[in-house]
Design a binder for this molecule. Sequence first.
Ligand SMILES: *Cc1c(COP(=O)(O)O)cnc(C)c1O
Length: 387
Amino acid sequence: MLPEQLSSALAELDAQGLSRRRLVLASPQGPRVRVDGREYLSFASNDYLGLAAHPAIAEAVGRAVATAGVGAGAAHLLTGHHHLHHALEAVLADFVGLPSALLFSTGYMANLGVLTALLDRHGEIFADRLNHASLLDGARLGRARLSRYPHLDLVCLERRLAASRAGVKLIATDTVFSMDGDLAPVPQLLELAERFDAWLYLDDAHGFGVLGEQGGGVLRHFPHLTGHPRLIYMATLGKAIGVAGAFVAGSPELIHWLVNKARGYLYTTAQPPLLAAAVLASLELVAGEPWRRQRLAVLIQRLKAGVAPLPWPLMPSRTPIQPLLAGSNAQALCLAEGLKERGILIPAIRPPTVPQGTARLRVSLSAAHTPSDVDTLLGALLELALA
Ligand SMILES: *Cc1c(COP(=O)(O)O)cnc(C)c1O
């Protein structure tokens, strides 16, 4: 796109109501945020456990700065791999019950890095249609054949696996779908991966910290998954963990291969080691404070019970992602606007992020919310329903 074409392209975006702008936060992330001089009750972050501004994590960062400095100064394979990174990788592998783990700077780069390191154009990636954009981009970048199956449709997936002639097959799925909040049937997917000699790649961005008794994620949520050699597990550290970054876990051979071949690992500066210290401190809270997951369960139940009299249903989700189905784009925008006037922040999610006719408010709950925060939201929604 040439410079002179930008303004007409932008005007077109505007005309279609698709132009996006950023909110500017003047507070830490949390259940209450300051935007444009006003405080909002927010159901709009992925900080599911309420850890993004936790003082124990901030203190760990302060201590790490004193001993490790700020910048990593180099990529991991040069001199950027600090002992804090190394210690964190061992803790993360343990946390999810797989032999080895590797840190990445973001989840986006982890997905691109793994998919391009394992598959070339002779490979085939089988992807749920509602997977995160980074899985789609990873498949495209590696030029593997991409076969997208309808959401959770294992019959279709099985048919495509059976028909595939690809040298390397990989099934890729979100575990908790980011705009729907529902769960992938991981044991059945693993069974298909075994039967058709494929990898199973799990993106647990929204499950790690939230699912499983100690927050160990989807591999701890379902029985008998940990330690399986076909599994490649990816989770991010910027959502429930409240920090930043991501990791991939699997067999020692897989991790050794990624250290050598994942371009999103090789050609980027390591994250500051102070962030590894922050994640280590966060993981202690994640495992040691089960009340955070219990609080989430209470809030989810309260929201589900409270929406019954409203004209907009919640989608079937048992996770902190609780989308309220508005239907039309106009209805979703109108709801989000009405809530904002009442001091409540919830994003309206519209096509193309979600299918036509399923525009929704993505209500995202956090352990830092109180039951009365949920009641405030329900009260505002009821007012809007009667308006
Ligand atoms: C957020 C997210 C990512 C990207 O992770 P970042 O660390 O934010 O880059 C990948 N996959 C899913 C499913 C996500 O929700």
